[in-house]
Design a binder for this molecule. Structure first.
Ligand SMILES: [Zn+2]
Length: 85
């Protein structure tokens, strides 16, 4: 599988169920949006079963902290890479 970690790459959030997790978690995924794939690997590297989330899923699923940290780190790298400060 191709793993691309690029700066400024687009991502989207989706509540998904993953192995070993009793409830859904909102992970980030590479791409501009979910295109109906049945499975995918999150930004934090967890294989997830993907399905159309309902409103309750969005409401109840906590945001994945690992995904958040990866994305923040990438933003920091992108910022420093611009050489502004
Ligand atoms: Zn995650």
């Amino acid at each position: 599988m191709e793993v691309v970690i690029g700066m400024g790459e687009r991502h989207y959030w989706l509540p998904v169920s993953s192995r070993g997790e009793p409830r859904m978690i909102r992970h980030a995924f590479r791409g501009s949006r979910w295109e109906g794939r049945p499975a995918g690997t999150s930004v934090c590297g967890v294989p997830c079963a993907m399905a159309e989330p309902n409103e309750l899923d969005w409401f109840q699923a906590p945001t994945c902290r690992a995904c958040t940290e990866v994305l923040i780190a990438e933003q920091d790298v992108a910022r420093h890479g611009e050489g502004g400060e």
